[in-house]
Ligand binder design. Structure first.
Ligand SMILES: [Zn+2]
Length: 238
């Protein structure tokens, strides 16, 4: 089961819990205090952190939580040197066990060189960090547009019903840009209305899903790396 909670200014924290093995993972560690509180509230003992990439708002709580709980930190092999306290690394296409769940690591370079996503078929869910956002995608800090286009293509290839857990609440700002480049897309218009209602009620717009992003997200709909690069540059200046 998956719990989502807001933390820091616009991050989301996620807990993945397996009630059979009683293992609990925090996806990234944006806010150690809030992650601890969420575990306590649910009666969970934190056993793992799965990191998506090395940015501070994703690894900032690693060492504090590791010291407190003696937990295991898992992350992408490509970012081994930059993730504090990392214990176990996996590479693109690796599948590891987490209690009853098989977890697939998908390398998604672009936002950073070593970025990865975690896909859990049994839960029809993927944790995508800062690669894919609802109606948008991550900035290109280290990788190229062509790399990011490929990475988003890997996520787009997941089953339509896959729930996508993005690490930030950026949906309305992303949607404003999306509407500027695709103003007549009715799926996008409807999605934005729903997102506005959710935000007005203080609710998360996350998770989204693959089908919705295929119909409304210009970065997922881009036909090739060149189109993608042009969009990404336009968004940076929007
Ligand atoms: Zn980041």
């Amino acid at each position: 089961m998956i719990h989502i909670f807001p933390c820091l200014s616009d991050n989301y924290g996620f807990l993945l819990h397996d009630p059979i093995s009683r293992l609990t993972a925090s996806i990234d560690s944006p806010d150690a205090t809030e992650i601890d509180k969420q575990c306590t509230d649910h009666g969970y003992t934190l056993t793992h952190i799965f990191n998506t990439h090395h940015h501070f708002d994703h690894v900032g709580g690693n060492l504090e939580l590791k010291q407190k709980h003696g937990l295991t930190i898992i992350g992408p092999k490509d970012d081994e040197a930059r993730i504090p306290g990392i214990d176990v690394t996996y590479a693109d296409g690796d599948i590891f066990k987490f209690g009853q769940f098989d977890i697939h690591m998908i390398a998604t370079p672009g936002h950073t060189k070593g970025h990865c996503a975690y896909y859990i078929p049994k839960l029809a869910s993927a944790f995508v960090g800062d690669t894919l956002f609802a109606l948008g995608c991550g900035r290109l800090f280290e990788g190229s547009a062509a790399q990011m286009f490929d990475s988003i293509g890997k996520l787009r290839a997941l089953p339509d019903a896959t729930k996508i857990y993005c690490a930030h609440e950026y949906t309305l700002a992303n949607g404003a840009f999306a509407l500027s480049v695709d103003p007549h897309n009715e799926d996008l218009q409807a999605y934005m209305e729903t997102a506005k209602d959710l935000r007005a009620q203080g609710q998360a717009t996350i998770p989204t899903n693959i089908a919705r992003e295929k119909s409304a997200n210009p970065f997922v709909r881009a036909k090739n790396a060149l189109e993608f690069a042009t969009l990404r540059q336009a968004k940076d200046n929007f």
